[in-house]
Design a protein around this ligand. Sequence first.
Ligand code: PGA
Length: 256
Amino acid sequence: MAHRPYIVGNWKMNGSRTMLAEARAIDRAALRYPEVQIALAPPFPFVGLLREAVNAIGIGGQDCHTAAKGAHTGDVSAAMLADIGADFVILGHSERRRDHHESDSLIRAKADAALAAGLGIIVCVGETLDERDAGQAEAVVSAQVDGSLPLGDAALEAAQAYKLAVAYEPVWAIGTGRVAAVEDVVAMHAAVRERLAAAYGDAGAKVRILYGGSVNAENAAGLLAAQGVGGALVGGASLTADAFLPIVAAAGQGEG
Ligand code: PGA
């Protein structure tokens, strides 16, 4: 049986005490959608505040270091996120791959650290427009899945427990208002699913594959009903309850 659809808001570098009211409104509304797993990932300073502000939804970080502690000024460890009550961490977002030159192997090391700390993970993958135009999209994304997902017993256990997710986010669709065509999303999710089966065997079927890139109230239903789409990673439309909740509602009606 398919697991609950997973709708995750990625606040990126947006957040304030004022925005706690949005998180509270999303949390209250979450009770109406028990069939949907809902989470928000704010910037680090707000992870603990959101944790205390909400009850029903998951809270996560947007990155973590590979080490549990030590001399790494400005970094935050997975153990710290877990200690303040985070449930999961987003890893390898294309903005971090670009801005911080994160490689697949670094992302895998972060994923190992996150699993060791007991966090769930969402590993992001996605091709650039040049790569898609060159017919390389599936090869690029497959290589990212092969290279950045964690392996070994901890990863298998996490997959079994539905604590692993992959977010397919075409770079050209992020924050641009351009959404991938549903048939392209279906094809890519099938390609990712194959790589997950290669990595985890039967447990690969338990890894949810989210779509991300300009998901909003208008396009969510079509995307979430598509074959193999297990949820959405939402940026801009996760910053207010008014924009985010219609996406949650759409997930409640999708196939999951
Ligand atoms: P967007 O961002 O919804 O603003 O396009 C999605 C993401 O980058 O996770």
